[in-house]
Design a protein around this ligand. Structure first.
Ligand SMILES: [Zn+2]
Length: 332
């Protein structure tokens, strides 16, 4: 996703309800910085190119620009997730080995998009097993990228990595932002890592790039509902997103990264409602016989959902509605 382009345009109001956060979530939302480097990001002074934070238990976050992945250090080895890109992966490998003598055993991909999962070769070289949903392999074969390491282990609906007292369960609920995107549930910390499909702290955010051709609108509400079901069943209160939350620092008006992308699990149900509301509004216009080519302009003129969507943007909304119109017409 093109977060860099959006960076200076987003103004994000973060309202975290203290009541919705448990004590654990409170700890999770204040991760401990353990390393940073690479020089100043966007001349913003204190913000470095990359950063490693201890989130909870054995779970660490790795931020590189606006991207984020996590890794888990266990007593029997390390589980990494998205390597992001070759430069980020090189830094990540170095930093992991400063934190532990344990070998890197697994790399689990969240989905197949190159901007999240390139650069894994440094982990392959030390013997890591790569795990991904089976359609990711098809994507890599159809559309090869020399920087992407092929998965060694694939699965269809669900897969659990057990290592040193940690379990990481990956759930696939059909095509969404990508046709092989999964969410990862980590125990015993009981948090979920979600990339690109929803990003905390707010599900009603216009972080979505409406030009991403892959988004399967038809399955968005159902898949997000299924993920919300896992969250409810497992009592998960906190999710970790695959991107930093960016915005404008209200104190000085300058671009900044609101540290975290760690927030309430209610973000997932909100994201489901976001997609459902877009679909419902578009369908209502069709029922009212608004010509399909006029629906995007009509809903923007009506300021449909403008008061709910954080960082609402008329141009993006027009594209988004156009995308929904295509789905309502074709089913895709
Ligand atoms: Zn993606």
């Amino acid at each position: 996703m093109h977060y860099l382009n959006q960076f200076v345009r987003l103004i994000i109001v973060v309202v975290l309800s203290c009541q919705s956060l448990s004590a654990l979530a409170d700890v999770l939302s204040k991760p401990e910085l353990v390393a940073k480097g690479g020089g100043s990001l966007f001349g913003s002074g204190s913000m470095q190119l990359w950063e490693i934070e201890k989130i909870a238990g054995g779970i660490y976050g790795f931020r590189y620009t606006f991207y984020r992945s996590i890794f888990v250090i266990t007593q029997d080895g390390v589980i990494a997730t998205d390597p992001l890109n070759p430069e980020a992966a090189r830094i990540l490998r170095e930093e992991i080995h400063k934190l532990t003598d344990q070998p890197l055993k697994y790399v689990a991909y969240s989905h197949s998009h190159w901007d999240h999962i390139s650069g894994g070769q440094v982990f392959k070289d030390e013997g890591a097993t790569f795990v991904a949903q089976e359609r990711c392999t098809e994507n890599f074969l159809e559309n090869p990228n020399p920087d992407v390491v092929m998965p060694d282990v694939t699965y269809r609906d669900q897969y659990t990595i057990e290592l040193g007292g940690t379990s990481m369960t990956m759930y696939y609920f059909g095509p969404t932002h990508d046709n092989c995107l999964v969410v990862m549930h980590i125990q015993p910390e009981n948090v979920m890592f979600i990339v690109d499909l929803a990003n905390p702290p707010d599900g009603w955010i216009m972080f979505y790039n409406p030009a991403v051709s892959e988004d399967r609108v038809w399955n968005m509400p159902a898949a997000l509902d299924a993920i919300a079901g896992v969250i409810e069943r497992e009592g998960i209160e906190t999710i970790i997103g695959g991107h930093m939350t960016n915005g404008i620092n209200p104190k000085n008006g300058r671009p900044t990264i609101i540290r975290g992308t760690i927030g309430p699990s209610t973000t997932v149900a909100e994201r489901r409602d976001f997609w459902q509301a877009l679909i419902d509004g578009t369908r209502a216009e069709m029922v009212a016989n608004t010509p399909v080519e006029d629906i995007p302009d009509k809903l923007v003129a009506d300021r449909y959902l403008a008061d709910r969507i954080v960082a609402y943007d008329e141009d993006k909304m027009r594209i988004l509605i156009q995308r929904i119109v295509s789905y309502v017409l074709t089913g895709e």
